[in-house]
Design a protein around this ligand. Structure first.
Ligand code: TXA
Ligand code: MG
Length: 400
């Protein structure tokens, strides 16, 4: 055993002793670490590992005791199903009752990668807790060398939600996993910072529609380009409807994909909104990613946003609170607050997406009581970024 239990992990600059119950495999443990982690999975244990999006907490999707431990370690509600991770397209098909030609095309185009497909489950393929008793299963093939080697070595489908305590931001470093789950899981494979930084795009394909249940690394534009005229991409995220059509996504993903207003995507979106049978993702109803301090998100014209952010921060400081600003690099230097945390350039939403969860954790580490965040442009992965920012703000959004 090359267990590194007493080794300290310091990916975020904070040194942590690792509990004897949790094995820490540092990046340099290489193949030996992967082999040991796979052995733990095969014997029914639970191990956190990096994917290209965020760290996942994995267990054998066929073993009830492993899956129960995942829910318990996270404090996850039992009605929120897990994503199953497999190594190859064929392994995904083996878990499902039926795959349509369009679904197959999405798999071929985007796997390995940050796209999760919700498909009819093949009975008995995974233990029922994985799907929370639903007749569908969410599946993806991750694109990270450690995840791929781990899945191949374990030789089983791996159920893996994000490796955070329920309600906390998803982990983008092994140090974040330990912050939340040290002593509650069997191990963590450290692969350094994850690349995309927000979770995979979750979609359901039904009747020529690709419903986005959760926006992520594969954007509406990319899905539409792959589907061509064979399907219409629709935004079916809860926030898009509940908050009265918040800016970009309220218009429907078809608009984001470059369609004219009134195009089929928009009509379909409008129809979908009032249709109680439209697909939903059980997870989206839970509070997510929220820092402990009260958060306000300000969106709109960049110059007005900058003024409104500074004004809101000033007011909150006058109330005697410790205030932080989540800013784009272009505006950061002009702000005054107890902490100004840069998410990334306004021109590079992928950078801000990669930094978002670490920034939200930093808000807690710096004991900020109020946080004012700038909105980012919604194009591309900006839509996933804004979805997470809205959730972190608990719907507390000011448009200027
Ligand atoms: O990038 C990701 O997707 C990461 C990495 C680890 O792969 N995983 C992740 O898992 O974000 P989790 O459990 O935090 O989020 C899974 C989402 C939840 O919103 C859940 O409700 C939804 O997928 N989901 C899972 N199974 C589903 C199903 N059968 N139908 C609809 N939504 C489902
Ligand atoms: Mg999660």
């Amino acid at each position: 055993m090359i267990g590194y239990n007493r080794k300290k992990c310091a990916g975020d600059g904070v040194e942590r002793s690792v509990s004897p119950k949790t094995t820490y495999w540092p990046p340099e443990s290489g193949d030996a670490g992967v082999r040991e982690a796979a052995e733990v999975l095969v014997s029914g244990g639970i191990v956190a590992f990096p994917t290209e999006t965020v760290y996942g907490l994995g267990g054998d999707a066929r073993r009830p005791e492993a899956v129960e431990r995942i829910f318990a370690a996270k404090g996850r509600p039992a009605d929120n199903p897990l994503i199953v991770h497999v190594g190859r397209l064929e392994d995904a098909v083996a878990l499902t009752a039926e795959v349509s030609p369009l679904e197959l095309r999405l798999m071929e185009r985007f796997w390995p990668g940050p796209l999760t497909l919700v498909l009819p489950v093949r009975r008995g393929a995974v233990t029922p807790q994985v799907t929370a008793g639903l007749d569908t299963v969410a599946v993806r093939v991750p694109d990270h060398p450690l995840a791929r080697r781990l899945i191949a070595k374990a030789g089983c489908p791996i159920a893996a939600p994000s490796a955070n305590r329920s309600g906390r931001p998803s982990p983008t470093l092994a140090a974040h996993v330990l912050e939340d789950l040290n002593g509650r899981i069997d191990g963590v494979l450290d692969g350094g910072p994850t690349g995309v930084g927000v979770e995979s795009t979750v979609v359901r394909v039904l009747d020529g529609m690709i419903y986005i249940l959760r926006p992520g690394g594969v954007t509406a534009e990319m899905l539409q380009a792959c589907a061509g005229d064979d399907a219409v991409v629709m935004d079916a995220t809860e926030g898009a409807v509940a908050s009265g059509g918040n800016a970009g996504i309220g218009a429907g993903a078809g608009a984001a994909a470059g369609r004219a207003p009134g195009a089929p995507a928009d009509r379909a979106f409008a129809a979908g909104v009032s249709d109680p049978s439209r697909p939903r993702s059980p997870g989206v109803k839970y509070t997510h990613y929220a820092p402990r301090g009260e958060m306000l998100l300000v969106t709109g014209d960049p110059a007005r946003v900058r003024e409104a952010v500074q004004a809101a921060a000033r007011r909150k400081r006058e109330e005697g609170r410790r205030v932080g600003i989540l800013a784009c690099r272009e505006h950061a230097a002009a702000y005054e607050a107890d902490a100004v945390i840069v998410l990334g350039s306004r021109e590079a939403p992928d950078e801000a997406a990669r930094n978002l969860y670490a920034a939200l954790r930093e808000c807690d580490a710096r004991e900020l009581e109020a946080i004012v965040a700038e909105g980012f442009p919604e194009a591309g992965i900006g839509s996933a970024l804004m979805n997470r920012l809205r959730k972190a703000a608990g719907g507390n959004v000011l448009t200027v």
